[in-house]
Design a protein around this ligand. Structure first.
Ligand code: NAD
Length: 344
C-alpha cells in the first residue's frame, strides 16, 4: 500500500473503524475515505483529514458510489454488538450479508486492489468451546461448521464469499477473525457493549453511586481472551499488506475468566464490589481462546499490550465519559468535531 493510495474504511463511525481511520492518517495515508450509516455527530471519532460520508452500505448503489476510485477496502461495517445483542437480534446480524455482498460486488466492478473483511471468533464450532479451560481455537476449527447462530453464520458465509470472489473473479481478499477487541472510543452502554466495556461501566456506576454491587452475566467462570485496540490495528494493517489470503485469527491468547476481568477492573477503580450472578443472562460459549500459531508464523505478530494496561486506559476513557469530563486529545473528540469533518 502506498500512502497516496485511496483507502476506504467502512464502519468508520464505530469502535475499530474509527481507530483505523486515525491510525491510517497517522501512518501517512492522505486519501482516506470513512463511511458509516450513523449520523456523523454520533461517530466515536471524526478525523478532519478524512473524507467522511454517511451511507447505508446495505444499498448496492451506495457501495458502488463509495468504492469508485478506491484502491484498498477495509470492510468493517456490520450490525453487531456483544452477546446481549447478538443472541437477541439474529436477523439483524444476518442482514449484514447485504453489506458484504454489495461491497464485494462493487469492489469487483471498480477493480479494487485489496479487500479486507473483518470476521469473528464467532465463526468457530460451538462444540469446541464447551469448557472454561478450552483448547485455543486454530483456524481449521471453524469446520465442520457450527458457528454462533445468526451473527456467526453470517460471518462464516461472508468469509466464503471472499474466498470465492478471489478464486472466481481474482479480487485479492484478506479475512481477519477478531477475538474480543476492546479500548477507548467504543460502545459502553445501550445494549451493544461487550464484556470489558460493560464491566468498566458497571464498576464506575458502583463507584460513582456508592452502591458497591455489580451484576455479572452467568457464573463468571466463562473464559475469553481480550485484545487491546492498538494490537488489533497493527495486526489488521500487517495482514492487509501481506500476501496471505486465508482466514486468520487476530486476538490475544491470554485466557481469563470474567471473574478475573472484574478483579482487574476493581483493582483499577480501587474498590471491591459485592457480586450478583445473573445466571439466565446471555453468556455465549463457555470458553474461547485464540491460537496464534499461524499469525506468528505468517506475520510475526503477537499482542504487546497487557490486559491490565489496556483495561486501565479503557476504564479511564469510560470514566471520563460518565463523569462528564473530556480529557482525551481534541483530534479524537467525538461529536465536537462533526462540523470540521468533510461530510457531505
Ligand atoms: P461497531 O459496532 O463499533 O462498528 C460497526 C459500525 O458499522 C457501526 O458504526 C455501524 O453504524 C456501522 N454499520 C452498521 N450497519 C451499517 C450499514 N448498513 N452501512 C454502513 N455502516 C454500517 O463494531 P466494531 O467493534 O468496531 O467492529 C468492527 C468489525 O469488526 C465488525 O465487522 C465486527 O463484526 C468485527 N468484530 C469486532 C469484534 C470486537 O470485539 N469489537 C470482534 C469480532 C469481530
Amino acid at each position: 500500500m502506498k500512502s497516496s493510495d485511496v483507502v476506504l474504511v467502512t464502519g468508520a463511525g464505530g469502535f475499530i473503524g474509527g481507530h483505523l481511520v486515525s491510525h491510517l492518517l497517522s501512518r501517512g495515508f492522505t486519501r482516506v475515505v470513512a463511511v458509516d450509516c450513523k449520523e456523523i455527530q454520533d461517530w466515536y471519532q471524526i478525523a478532519p483529514n478524512a473524507r467522511t460520508l454517511q451511507r447505508d452500505l446495505r444499498d448496492r448503489d451506495a457501495c458502488l458510489e463509495v468504492t469508485e476510485g478506491v484502491d484498498h477496502v477495509f470492510n468493517l461495517a456490520a450490525d453487531m454488538g456483544g452477546m446481549g445483542f447478538i443472541e437477541t437480534h439474529k436477523a439483524e446480524c444476518m442482514l449484514s450479508v447485504l453489506i458484504n455482498t454489495h461491497m464485494l460486488m462493487a469492489a469487483r466492478e471498480h477493480g479494487v486492489k485489496r479487500f479486507l473483511y473483518t470476521s469473528s471468533a464467532c465463526v468457530y464450532n460451538g462444540e469446541k468451546q464447551v469448557r472454561p479451560d478450552v483448547t485455543a481455537l486454530r483456524e481449521e476449527d471453524a469446520y465442520p461448521a457450527m458457528p454462533e447462530d445468526g451473527y456467526g453464520w453470517e460471518k462464516l458465509f461472508s468469509e466464503r464469499m471472499c474466498r470465492h470472489f478471489t478464486e472466481d473473479f481474482g479480487i485479492p481478499t484478506r479475512v481477519v477473525r477478531y477475538h474480543n477487541v476492546y479500548g477507548p472510543n467504543g460502545t459502553y452502554d445501550g445494549g451493544r457493549e461487550k464484556a470489558p466495556a460493560a464491566i468498566c461501566r458497571k464498576v464506575i456506576e458502583a463507584k460513582l453511586s456508592g452502591r458497591h454491587e455489580i451484576e455479572i452475566w452467568g457464573d463468571g467462570e466463562q473464559t475469553r481472551s481480550f485484545m487491546y485496540i492498538d494490537d488489533c490495528l497493527k495486526g489488521t494493517l500487517a495482514l492487509m499488506e501481506s500476501g496471505f489470503g486465508e482466514p486468520i485469527n487476530l486476538g490475544s491468547d491470554q485466557l481469563v475468566t470474567i471473574n478475573q476481568l472484574v478483579d482487574m477492573v476493581e483493582d483499577i477503580a480501587g474498590i471491591k464490589l459485592k457480586r450478583r450472578y445473573k445466571l439466565d443472562a446471555p453468556k455465549g460459549v463457555r470458553g474461547r481462546n485464540s491460537d496464534n500459531t499461524l499469525i506468528k508464523q505468517v506475520l510475526g505478530w503477537a499482542p504487546d499490550i497487557r490486559l491490565e494496561d489496556g483495561l486501565a486506559k479503557t476504564y479511564a476513557w469510560i470514566y471520563d465519559q460518565m463523569a462528564g469530563e473530556r480529557t482525551f486529545p481534541l483530534e479524537l473528540a467525538p461529536r465536537a468535531l462533526a462540523a470540521t469533518g468533510t461530510a457531505d
